[in-house]
Ligand binder design. Structure first.
Ligand SMILES: Cc1cc2nc3c(=O)[nH]c(=O)nc-3n(C[C@H](O)[C@H](O)[C@H](O)COP(=O)(O)O)c2cc1C
Length: 124
């Protein structure tokens, strides 16, 4: 039915109570980006704007609204790990989305133990 169609051109506004863009692709998995600061502090943060982008060569990535710790760490060290949040990890994931200072180890904050990076380590 034509009345069920909502055309959304961001530059023209959406006319709704909430910006619908965040829900356009739903449900979607949550990527959990782990990284390490130049000073060695571990960082962990959920990013739902993430995906695998290519097969050969394998390319994965995430997109940040602004310059956050995960982005800075990936730039500074040239590496990040790309993990997938599963249902049993959702409570721990929630603890890692707070805006804490870069000196806070978010593995410790969420009660998780990191594994040494192996095949999941990504180079920027
Ligand atoms: C389920 C979920 C999905 C999120 N997805 C994104 C995202 O795609 N992009 C983004 O910039 N922030 C996203 N956030 C917010 C970040 O996780 C949050 O800003 C976090 O503090 C960033 O951590 P960092 O500074 O250690 O990178 C998401 C939060 C949650 C709970």
């Amino acid at each position: 039915m034509p009345e069920d169609i909502h055309f959304y051109e961001p530059a023209s506004g959406h006319g709704l109570a909430h910006d619908p863009f965040n829900a356009l692709v739903a449900p979607r998995p949550i990527g959990w980006i782990s990284s390490r600061s130049r000073d060695g502090v571990l960082n962990l943060a959920p990013y739902s704007f993430f995906n695998a982008f290519n097969y050969h060569p394998p390319i994965v990535g995430f997109s940040s609204i602004g310059y956050k710790d995960s982005v800075r760490n990936a730039e500074e060290t040239g590496e990040f790990c790309w993990n997938l949040v599963t249902r049993s990890l959702s409570e721990a994931m929630n603890k890692t989305c707070a805006a804490v200072g870069p000196e806070v180890d978010e593995f410790a904050l969420s009660g998780l133990a990191p594994k040494p990076p192996g095949l999941s380590r990504c180079r920027t």
